[in-house]
Design a protein around this ligand. Structure first.
Ligand code: AMP
Ligand code: GLY
Length: 418
């Protein structure tokens, strides 16, 4: 079976790597992919942008692609599934209607309220004057969110009024995120420990993956600005039977029913971003895709054949996923400046690794040389019995990766509460 994976991050490297272990997989193409997918012997990069739907359609039709697996959110929100509906290909990911759960924070908040799914209180604004007036009478910290997609940068947890007011001006008046910030959500700040709860959603069921904990802030001690994620552990130390039951009853079940009520036939990955306090989940966000760097941990932990699981789900089956025992931990290695303007085109030197897997994100190969090409450059992952032994393996091997001014957190594996 020929497969096309769309995307270029560490998540897509991990998905392609995992698919390459499937007996059912013949050719695996990644568009556009990265240096890591180019180096995987079973994968081939195809130089097509993730939002160039007509070139993707053309490639699918001329290369006997049977399944397209979409990694990032923007092609899904922009309707890649709808676009490919007339091609003879299975697309794993929701259609445009389903992807609104991630594509519009206002839509997803309303969905949460309408379906009585626990989440923070929120108000919606389309005028900066009204937003600022509201902030004057608010309790801080408070959370501000651009309605549309903003490449993972559209959320601010504001500690003070001035910070919030500046953000409103930048986003709503100066259109820092373009139209994505014409409307905003101002939301109650939730406290606890975050949990990434991912899996496969079909119209009838949710097939959960192992849980994970993402380290969003840039700096050790969970300090500094939020990023796409600087590291991850799986499973999350928070998880227990009572929490699993609460997540199913309070979040998953009403989501499945709510989507059915609005006529969405969802087939794809689903990522519930949750805040947990005393085993009670509250939803921070829905993502219609897998997380990055969580996927790198999860693909290493998954024992089952990912392709098989996806094919069964696409036929409305309820595949049982088996997981390796023990834990996985990944540390993201990023370019200086990330998550703001970061350096590129730095020469990368890799030495031999022992007992770890290096997933690439922002890398590319130019004239035979591996160079940096993004904010997050690698995720170095280890599977072992415990988080502690994973941590030792990763931090011992990290010296085998070098590029100028590389940055990484030294405390992945610690658990923090906000
Ligand atoms: P989102 O894209 O909505 O998940 O927001 C990105 C990150 O912002 C989350 O993973 C949290 O770390 C933080 N965040 C979002 N909403 C809230 C909230 N209501 N309270 C506290 N933190 C939040
Ligand atoms: N690591 C968080 C995300 O992928 O949204």
């Amino acid at each position: 079976m020929n497969i096309l994976v769309i995307g270029q991050g560490g998540r897509e490297h991990a998905i392609a790597w995992k698919l390459s272990q499937s007996k059912k997989a013949s050719k695996i193409f990644v568009s556009p992919g990265n240096g890591g997918t180019e180096l995987e012997s079973d994968c081939t990069n195809v130089e097509i942008d993730t939002n160039d739907f007509s070139s993707i359609k053309n490639f699918v039709e001329h290369n006997a692609i049977e399944v397209v697996i979409v990694g990032p959110e923007d092609p899904l929100v922009n309707g890649i599934k709808d676009y490919l509906s007339e091609s003879n290909v299975l697309v794993f990911g929701p259609d445009k209607k389903g992807a609104r759960l991630e594509g519009s924070k206002i839509f997803s908040k309303k969905f949460l309220f309408e379906n009585n799914i626990p989440t923070g209180d929120a108000s919606f604004f389309s005028s900066s004057e009204d937003a600022i007036k509201y902030l004057k009478n608010s309790i801080f910290p408070i959370v501000l969110k651009a309605d549309g997609l903003a490449a993972g940068k559209g959320v601010l947890v504001a500690k003070k009024f001035d910070e919030a007011k500046n953000w409103v001006n930048e986003v709503m008046n100066n259109l820092k995120f373009g139209d994505a910030g014409s409307n905003i959500v101002i939301e109650e700040c939730l406290f606890g420990t975050e949990l990434s709860y991912m899996g496969i959603l079909t119209p009838d069921s949710f097939i959960p993956f192992e849980t994970s904990l993402d380290y969003k802030p840039l700096l050790d001690g969970n300090k500094g600005p939020n990023t796409g994620g600087m590291g991850c552990i799986a499973p999350s130390p928070l998880i227990n039977e009572s929490l699993k039951k609460n997540i199913f009853e309070m979040v998953v079940k009403p989501t499945i029913n709510g989507l059915r009520n609005i006529g969405v036939n969802y087939f794809g990955f689903m990522y519930f971003g949750l805040m947990i306090k005393n085993d009670i989940p509250k939803v921070l966000e829905f993502n219609c895709r897998l997380g990055d760097p969580e996927t790198q941990c999860l693909m290493m932990q998954m024992k089952s054949d990912l392709l098989d699981i996806i094919l069964q789900a696409l036929e409305r089956g309820e595949p049982k996923i088996t997981w390796n025992k023990g834990a996985n931990l990944g540390v993201v290695i990023a370019s200086a400046g990330y998550p703001n303007n970061y350096q590129r085109n730095k020469l990368i030197k890799l030495s031999r690794f022992d007992g770890v897997k290096l997933f690439h994100a922002g890398t590319k190969i130019v004239e035979g040389k591996l160079i940096t090409n993004g904010g997050r450059v690698f995720s170095l992952n280890a599977s072992s019995k415990t988080i502690k032994s994973c941590k030792e393996a990763v931090y011992t091997n990290i010296k085998n990766v070098y590029f100028e001014d590389m940055i990484f957190r030294k405390d992945i594996g610690e658990v923090y509460e906000s």
